[in-house]
Write a protein that binds this ligand. Structure first.
Ligand SMILES: NC(=O)c1ccc[n+]([C@@H]2O[C@H](COP(=O)([O-])OP(=O)(O)OC[C@H]3O[C@@H](n4cnc5c(N)ncnc54)[C@H](OP(=O)(O)O)[C@@H]3O)[C@@H](O)[C@H]2O)c1
Length: 115
């Protein structure tokens, strides 16, 4: 288990707000990572978040695409908790998201919303 928390969808608007909150308020020794499908954007985001809170553990990066079951299974095995703001929700709440987390017996936290 590499991370305590992975945040899928961190490159989006809602995910960005969540990531900034974690960077500012998480315990300094918390190991957490941003996850998503665009490696370049994730690297840039992790660099910016780490620079924002230099006293904390550097933010990790986990490549993951919610349309790819294998990458979701890998994501679920990388973190104790996976929080997701990846959207649209109609796409992210399906079985592809659900099953890897159920198999891994880990906690998946999904934001539920109406606009
Ligand atoms: N905006 C709001 O005020 C608000 C408020 C409450 C709830 N919500 C809900 O939160 C969800 C996200 O909204 P948002 O405004 O933050 O949208 P957004 O800015 O478009 O962000 C969507 C995120 O999902 C990621 N994503 C999309 N397809 C993906 C895939 N196949 N694999 C992995 N990641 C994928 C995007 O990654 P890329 O960077 O690679 O595109 C991006 O990080 C929506 O369902 C929305 O209804 C939004």
């Amino acid at each position: 288990m590499t991370y305590e928390i992975a945040l899928l969808g961190a490159t989006g608007f809602t995910g960005g707000l969540t990531a900034e909150y974690l960077a500012d308020h998480a315990p300094g020794d918390l190991r957490w990572a941003v996850a998503g499908r665009n490696r370049a954007r994730l690297d840039e985001l992790a660099r910016r978040l780490s620079a924002r809170s230099p006293d904390r553990e550097p933010v990790g990066v986990i490549p993951a695409d919610m349309t790819d079951l294998q990458s979701l299974t890998s994501l679920a095995s990388s973190a104790r908790v996976v929080a997701t703001t990846a959207g649209p929700f109609a796409a992210s709440a399906g079985t592809k998201m659900y099953f890897p987390f159920r198999w891994s017996m880990r906690l998946a936290v999904c934001t539920c919303w109406t606009r």
